[in-house]
Design a protein around this ligand. Structure first.
Ligand SMILES: *Cc1c(COP(=O)(O)O)cnc(C)c1O
Length: 427
């Protein structure tokens, strides 16, 4: 399916039924798989033959959906995980162990920030955070001899900063390491980071890909473009024999296009088991079938809402990279010419109190910690996710106390604007 346009891939990639087979992907609701001889099964355990033996490692339904996402991103191999956090953890930990170091954009999802700053630290992995707007020199200065990867988000959640992917990819490659991009917010419909030099892409499929608030999940896609063997001393896990599989070397046995995902499946899934259920993968696939139609409507609604907010005298600032007046507009147009995402953030005049009153008076737009689903929702971080922080800490974290994050759903934008207008009238 790799010659087709992204819309066609959303609908048809991954699963091509043969004569008389089901049109929709089958749900293989089975923990285990049957073999005629022990030799047949032994070959699977030796990674000599490919096939299924236990759904903690791999399941056919999950693999069909992973193959679709792989095709959408233009990758060489992909896997699903049980959550977006599991995808980011696996993608990094697959090549960075105790004693390693990561360079990461500072504006990333809060969960990933915690994983890097707190949990990885306990595991002996150091992370240096850099401002995504930093110069090439500042970026170069963040690298160390033990740096194993660079990490960033195409559009950061919740800061909504757009990453200059080429700048980060060039820096990573100058230092002989891959760039991992969390592409959750734009989805491959609006941005395909491999086309700009990224090596590995991750997703929280919980967001737009599922799109209906139905199933938590994640995905990892490898571009197959990073030459592990050319930097073998940095990546012993991929380039030297694995004792837990009779001494196979992933980069030799599965090549540049297969090694990364093979190792993450055979080693990390085996040992850590963050696998999605086949039922969740089926739901995710239903979401993917309409992703290209939905994401455009999310973007249209967000642009209409952002334009309304920018013209309202009750609003002090609006952050939406799709607005022509936004300082990030040029960067967004370069990487996402067809649209960014459906999430807008803004400041309510009158600060924390006014934001509280505004939120209380919304009727259609619900208060949720979620984003990127069919129903519009919003969040006041100073009163919820970030409520342990004082005013100064909130400003340092890029979430001032007047900030409201609004995820525009698929409703009619006139109804959303009317809801915002009447709630703003109450402050
Ligand atoms: C939500 C989110 C995650 C975490 O995904 P879960 O599916 O909630 O585990 C990671 N990255 C980004 C950008 C997200 O928005």
């Amino acid at each position: 399916m790799s010659d087709f346009m992204i819309e066609t891939k959303c609908v048809q990639s991954g699963y091509r039924p043969n004569n008389g087979e089901p049109r929709q992907i089958p749900i293989y609701q089975s923990t285990t798989f049957k073999y005629d001889t022990s030799e047949d099964m032994g070959k699977l355990f030796d990674l000599e033959a490919s096939g299924y033996f236990y759904s903690r490692l791999q399941n056919p339904t999950c693999d069909l959906v992973a193959a679709k996402i792989c095709d959408m991103e233009g990758g060489s191999a992909a896997m699903l995980t049980s959550s977006g956090m599991a995808a980011n953890f696996f993608a990094a930990f697959n090549i960075c162990e105790a004693g390693g170091h990561i360079v990461s954009s500072s504006t990333i999802y809060g969960g990933t920030y915690n994983l890097f700053a707190v949990t990885f630290k306990k595991m002996g992995i150091d992370v240096t955070f850099v401002d995504p707007a930093c110069s090439e020199e500042e970026l170069d200065a963040a690298f160390r001899p033990n740096t194993k990867l660079v990490f960033g988000e195409t559009i950061a959640n919740p800061a909504l900063k757009v990453l200059d992917i080429e700048k980060f990819a060039d820096a990573a490659h100058r230092h002989g390491v891959p760039l991992i991009i969390d592409n959750t917010f734009p989805t491959p419909v609006n941005c395909r980071p491999f086309e700009w030099g990224a090596d590995i892409v991750t997703h929280s499929t919980t967001k737009y890909m599922d799109g209906h608030g139905a199933a938590v999940g994640g995905a990892i896609v490898d571009s197959g473009k990073f030459d592990w063997m050319a930097h073998a001393e940095k990546f012993p896990g991929l380039c030297t024999p694995d004792d837990s599989y009779h001494g196979i070397t992933y980069a030799e046995k599965f090549g540049q296009g297969g090694a990364f995902i093979y190792k993450a499946t055979a080693q990390l899934m085996r040992d850590l088991g963050c696998t999605p259920s086949p039922n969740s993968a089926f739901l995710l696939n239903l979401g993917l079938e309409s992703l290209h139609v939905r994401i455009r409507r999310h973007c249209e609604n967000a642009l209409a809402v952002a334009t309304f907010l920018a013209n309202s005298d009750k609003i002090s600032w609006v952050n939406y990279a799709g607005l022509p007046t936004d300082p990030q507009y040029a960067l967004a147009k370069k990487y996402m010419p067809e649209g960014t995402c459906g999430v807008v953030s803004f400041g309510v005049k009158g600060g924390r109190k006014a934001a509280e009153t505004f939120m209380k008076n919304l009727r259609l737009i619900a208060i949720e910690t979620h984003v990127a689903d069919a129903r519009s929702c919003c969040l006041h971080p100073a009163n919820s996710t970030h409520r342990q922080m004082n005013e100064e800490e909130l400003i340092a974290a890029g979430v001032p106390s007047d900030l409201v994050r609004l995820s525009c759903g698929l409703e009619n934008s006139a109804d959303l604007i009317a809801d915002l207008e009447s709630a703003l009238r109450c402050i």
